[in-house]
Design a protein around this ligand. Structure first.
Ligand SMILES: NC(=O)c1ccc[n+]([C@@H]2O[C@H](COP(=O)([O-])OP(=O)(O)OC[C@H]3O[C@@H](n4cnc5c(N)ncnc54)[C@H](O)[C@@H]3O)[C@@H](O)[C@H]2O)c1
Length: 353
């Protein structure tokens, strides 16, 4: 049993549900600096071991791992503290928001021998797991190109104070999902370019950075990919499109995973076309009102992490893969600012990575 502490009880609510329903996890204590939120979550889950002080999680010798769900800009510091206190770390995406913090975290993870696993939740949703398994089984042949997007009506997110700060970027908060898909299949992206803009809805809502973006990527072997995101306007009906999707075009087949819609389509190498859905798993993935939190993928990734720790294997994305994705996001950010293509290796070198 992995003995877990959770920091940050907004999205950490999903993790509480995931941990409490899993036979592989023992939830020891949860923490949020807002006492009312601790009380609210305690009541909701009938789980009363909470604290408003992160230090209490860090000092608790019965906790093996800390799962971090604080705002993006705190992830590096909270991860560092956990490692320094001998804890394994699960950190939600985006892992960190600035490469200048990366080297220290890699070194700390090496020195302490503690694992850092990045909770790239979307990999752990049913359609994406199936898409990966079919790809690895060779059902679409060799990968030619990949397209991925995340478009969502996140105007509700503007109610969170930190979403309106200069530090908050949908580039990191949103595109970290489709960019992780790109890197899952094409780890060696060498160059990126893109355009972004702040929509009139975003501007009126008080956002400071681009909420609408399109990017193209080139890998070292010449293969190309694209990613896009739009976050402050309505989206298509889900029967017609998905908020988050990943399309793999291969030499012998093609597949598409539709994230929250639990829908997957493939034309495989025999020419057969199949569309799969997982209605029977809706209750595993969505446990709260609507599709606001999706605890099932969190349970899938926590259990994967617990299994990896037990068998001594690395859980991916690990600290290096997570930082590779942050490097790509930072290169994308630089391309938005300069209007020019950016080489990822230049950024890594700049930060001694
Ligand atoms: N699919 C996913 O993986 C997914 C989905 C949503 C959010 N997230 C990530 O989760 C993180 C949090 O997002 P959110 O929507 O829950 O934000 P939120 O603002 O609702 O929650 C963050 C919580 O952290 C608490 N907090 C901040 N600093 C603290 C500290 N030092 N000690 C104790 N508590 C502290 C705040 O009080 C707050 O309740 C973000 O990084 C976001 O990107 C991931």
């Amino acid at each position: 049993m992995l003995k877990l502490g959770i920091l940050g009880l907004g999205e950490g609510r999903s993790t509480m549900s995931a941990a409490l329903q899993s036979t592989k996890i023992e939830l020891v204590k949860v923490c949020d600096q807002k006492l009312e939120l601790c009380l609210q979550r305690s009541k909701e889950f009938d789980f009363y071991s909470y604290t408003t002080q992160y230090q209490d999680l860090l000092d608790d010798p019965t906790i093996d791992a800390i799962a971090i769900y604080t705002p993006d800009k705190f992830h590096a510091e909270h991860t560092k503290q956990a490692l320094l206190h001998g804890k394994h770390v699960v950190c939600t995406k985006p892992f960190i928001d600035d490469l200048s913090k990366a080297k220290e975290l890699i070194e700390l993870s090496d020195q302490t021998g503690k694992n850092v696993f990045v909770g790239q939740s979307s990999r752990f949703f049913e359609p994406m797991k199936k898409q990966r398994a079919d790809y690895e089984a060779g059902l679409i042949g060799e990968l030619i190109t990949i397209e991925s997007y995340y478009h969502a009506d996140h105007r509700w997110f503007l109610d969170k104070g930190w979403s309106l700060e200069n530090a908050f970027k949908w580039l990191y908060g949103g595109l970290s999902h489709p960019v992780d898909f790109i890197r899952w299949y094409l780890p060696n992206i060498e160059e990126v370019m893109g355009y972004g803009m702040l929509s009139s809805n975003g501007k009126n809502g008080g956002l400071k950075n681009a909420d609408t973006m399109h990017f193209i990527f080139r890998a070292t072997d010449g293969r190309i990919a694209r990613v896009s995101g739009a976050y402050t306007g309505p989206v298509q009906p889900v029967t017609r499109d998905s908020e988050m999707s990943c399309i793999l075009r291969g030499t012998e087949g093609c597949s598409q995973g539709d994230y929250m819609d639990l829908r997957y389509a493939i034309t495989d190498k025999t020419g057969e076309e199949r569309i799969l859905t997982w209605e029977h798993k809706l209750k595993h993935y969505f446990r709260f009102e609507g599709k606001s939190h999706h605890a099932g993928e969190y349970q899938n990734y926590l259990e994967y992490f617990a299994d990896c720790l037990e068998s001594g294997q690395t859980a991916y994305p690990d600290v290096k893969e997570g930082i590779g994705t942050v490097a790509l996001l930072q290169a994308m950010d630089q391309s938005l600012q300069t209007g020019k293509p950016v080489k990822v290796a230049d950024l890594l070198r700049e930060h001694g990575l």
